[in-house]
Design a binder for this molecule. Sequence first.
Ligand SMILES: Nc1ncnc2c1ncn2[C@@H]1O[C@H](COP(=O)(O)OP(=O)(O)OP(=O)(O)O)[C@@H](O)[C@H]1O
Ligand SMILES: [Mg+2]
Length: 520
Amino acid sequence: MYCYCYCHYYLGKSVWFDAGAGYPIAGEIVDLTRTRISIKSLLNGKIFVFSTDDTNRVVSRIPLPPEGVNDMITMSDLSEASILWNIKVRYDHRQFYTYIGSILVAVNPYYMYHDMYSTDYVRKYENILVLHTLPAHIFATASTVHSKMLSDKINQCVVISGESGGGKTQSTKLIMNYLAAVNPGKYKLITEQILEASPLLESFGNAKTVRNDNSSRFGKYIEIYYSQKSIVGAKLSDFLLEKSRIVTHSNDERNYHVFYELLEGFDTEEKRKYGLTTPEKYFYLNQGASMAISSKSDAHDFQSLLTAMKILNFTKNEQETIFKILAAILHLGNIYFSRSVDDPGHDLIQISSKTEIEWCSHLLALNDQGLLQKLTHKVTEARDERLLSPFNLEQALDSRDAIAKALYSTLFSWLVARINQIVRVNNNVDNSIAILDIFGFENFSTNSFEQLCINYANEALQFHFNRHVFKLEQEEYAKEKLAWKKIDFADNTDCLDLIGKKPNGILQILDDESNFPKVN
Ligand SMILES: Nc1ncnc2c1ncn2[C@@H]1O[C@H](COP(=O)(O)OP(=O)(O)OP(=O)(O)O)[C@@H](O)[C@H]1O
Ligand SMILES: [Mg+2]
């Protein structure tokens, strides 16, 4: 902070003041005596009084225009406090978007203002030539990317990053809606099929967490291909589906949406066919004691899922197979084991209820005895011999959960491949627009291995961002010998190395250790 002598203070002056909160607050001087300065906080209207000797706690502030600044690169008073204050001022005026050069900052309003994404807005931003001629908007980003691809004939990519619940998936969908709306012959089937992939994948890959009712539990990279200025196909790539959620979730969270949608959407007859009842009856669904989400209708979303499957040409047989696998996973989770001891005193594992095994094997077209054996015994193949050794209780539960995870994650990969089969390109492609939407940074009270991977992916993305925004830009300036004051930024290379660098990074050590039996 800089120091100001008393003569710099005057009534109505804009200041930053330090109220001990750990960050400067924007205020205005409302009273001034020889010994005291009274400042009104612009955050909450409270009055704070400082001594005129306390000059390092009250510093000058350049006031913002009433609706804030559209592109923060033009702000001369640039600090963390002024950036946050500008975003807050804009938010209060229903301006949820702000630029920092070509980067768009989006604040999640948690309320859908449909008028902001109407056809009128599409038209308004469609022919934007210079990014900053209109108020910042996600459509402006989409429009710039689209027109740059068409005019420069260079592939474009939108990288969306932010913490969980920040609005990445919603922004991805808004960009895709924009691209579909400006596509010549926009109602073409292929465009519709690409759009319908989103609700389908959200049913299977999103879940309620304590941070977000519709949290993406996988990373998604979608490339939309163009030929002669029109969308002709797409390709989806998925990353790192959170497998542990299939068998366990924390309090107030849920398993993947699709299970609850299925149970709400099926009628009595369909439920009978798959041996299903209600969500609270399934161990894999009821651990969070949070079966319904107030902002979501599972029954309605099941109908949307069926529509998406129809548009993506899933056959009746494929749909039935998918439902069988999902139902089998739910039955599998309700298989319980009990421990007994045989004559020589060895631990034995028994299945408490046969019904679930019967349903599981029926739905998966397996032999009951074979499934039972897989759940209770380890099979070791030695030359021509197959040795069976009984699991203990913990191993049996692990084996049950491993089968459920393998079934679901294989189904998920199959779904992505199946969608790609439908939306793949059959023509020559000129260029593409890609959108990266990953799972956001998370910090729960208990963080599993999966949070480490999610946060590592976010750090890697931040590194990429730093590299482009700071490192490469500074190198370019240095190369051109431009007068330029180096900007310090938090370089996260050490953090990335600690986790991912070979040979001593945490992931590498875990990999090595996992190759040995009984490691600690
Ligand atoms: N622009 C927006 N307008 C209105 N509501 C929004 C907007 N962006 C996000 N939301 C709301 O916030 C919720 C969370 O957003 P979203 O799922 O996109 O977050 P995310 O960044 O993808 O989180 P995660 O990393 O957990 O997947 C959405 O379900 C929606 O209700
Ligand atoms: Mg998301």
